[in-house]
Design a protein around this ligand. Structure first.
Ligand code: CAA
Length: 381
């Protein structure tokens, strides 16, 4: 785990080259103009990067979560927006693999894993963010169909995704009244609301989904009625590791830029890295990147071993996203005035970092997950 195998190293190098080739040329302009380019996603798919942990039988590479994290880190070094894209399109794959039936897997997994289809995940609503179990979007059974009404907020790939996993209420209040559904683009009654104007991750679209008597086949329900909250939480356990890996890549990119700059930038006839104030700042940044990476890899490894990983995934998400925020902020500081301009990527990385502390469960929610685990572990019930 502390040294990559030859296969892992080759995968990292392939991912790095593919990410630079597909994303590099337009990363700056796409951030400035808030442009999402589906063709970049297809290119990443052609390079085999969009279905890393999906079993080979269903069109993926069948690799582990450690490999998935290594790939996401490389994509995030070029553009965190695109690592988030691959990770979010991975969520329906994680869900289908674990909770789907063979008919659903056959229909969707090969297309998602090859990037022919872009995936989405729709849990949050205007009134239910952290309190996900209070969601109100309804799904009422009518014969062989469900009729969906309501809306979903802050949905990555809204309007672009070919298929979304949507959590909707089929029963009473609370988590046990929630079910999960596959909803395809083009479903009559599904439309799109406002596109958010964001501080960061600007090449990744975030759009509201609106359901008005949207009819979907009952065959599109994932698992039994009432299982949707468990489906969502389980997917988020995995997703939080991927947000951690993305944040490690982001932080590494910020550190690389700052360290390179500090070696060549001279003041008072001295490279600024040789001033202790700057050198120690860079050393602290390196410590944070390395520790975050270790925790992310541990969470991924536990998942690969089929061992319990919920609290470690939450810790990894917290540690890595907090590291990304601090390291990218300090990178701007190391570059000084240059860091505040768009000539260097660190201001973009700093803006991108902020949302990592928020998505897939705020870092406060992660601490709730960790504290509840501690309470159970230490006999508090
Ligand atoms: N895996 C499986 N089941 C789980 C679980 C997990 N990790 N966590 C909880 N559950 C189950 C519980 O076992 C419980 O079932 P039982 O009663 O049968 O035991 C049920 O779910 C309810 O659990 P809780 O009582 O813990 O639920 P809660 O209402 O107290 O909520 C919470 C807990 C941790 C705060 C949760 O609501 C949460 O994670 N909130 C944050 C939501 C979130 O992350 N949203 C992000 C959306 S996606 C996104 O950001 C961007 C994107 O585009 C993808």
């Amino acid at each position: 785990m502390f040294r990559l195998t030859d296969e892992q190293q080759a995968l990292v190098e392939a991912a790095r080259a593919a990410a630079q080739d597909a994303i590099g040329p337009t990363v700056k302009i796409d951030d400035e103009t808030e442009t999402f380019r589906p063709e970049i996603f297809r290119k990443l798919g052609e390079a085999g990067l969009c279905g890393i942990p999906t079993p080979e039988a269903w069109g993926g590479l069948g690799l582990g979560y450690v490999e998935y994290c290594l790939v996401l880190e490389e994509i995030a070094k070029v553009a965190p927006s695109w690592a988030v894209c691959v990770a979010v399109s991975g969520l329906p794959q994680i869900i289908l693999t674990k909770f789907g039936n063979d008919e659903q897997r056959t229909r969707f997994l090969p297309k998602l894993a090859s990037a022919e289809y872009l995936g989405g995940f729709a849990l949050s609503e205007v009134g239910s963010g952290s309190d996900a179990a209070s969601l109100r979007c309804s799904a009422v059974r009518e014969g062989d169909e469900y009729v969906l009404n309501g809306s979903k907020f802050w949905i990555t790939h809204g309007g672009y995704a070919d298929v979304y996993v949507v959590m909707a209420r089929t029963g009473g209040p609370g988590p046990k009244g929630v079910s999960a559904f596959l909803v395809e683009k083009g479903t009559p009654g599904l439309s799109y609301g406002k596109k958010e104007e964001k501080m960061g991750l600007r090449a990744s679209p975030t759009v509201e989904l609106l359901f008005e008597n949207a009819r979907i086949p009952a065959a599109n329900r994932l698992g039994p009625e009432g299982d949707g909250f468990r489906v969502a939480m389980s997917a988020l356990d995995s997703g939080r590791i991927t947000i951690g890996a993305t944040s490690v890549g982001l932080a590494q990119a910020a550190l690389d830029c700052a360290a390179n700059y500090a070696c060549v930038r001279k003041q008072f006839d001295t490279a600024i890295i040789d001033f202790q104030g700057v050198g120690f700042m860079l050393a602290d940044m390196a410590i944070q990147v390395e520790t975050a990476r270790l925790l992310v890899h541990k969470a991924a490894w536990l998942r690969d071993q089929d061992l319990a990983y919920t609290p470690i995934a939450a810790m990894a998400k917290c540690a890595a996203t907090d590291a990304a925020m601090k390291v990218s902020t300090d990178a701007v500081q190391v570059l000084g005035g240059a860091g505040y301009t768009r000539e260097y990527p660190v201001e973009r990385l700093m803006r991108d970092a902020k949302v990592m502390q928020i998505v897939e469960g705020t870092n406060q929610v992660q601490r709730v997950v960790i504290a509840r685990h501690l309470k159970r572990s230490y006999g508090g019930g």
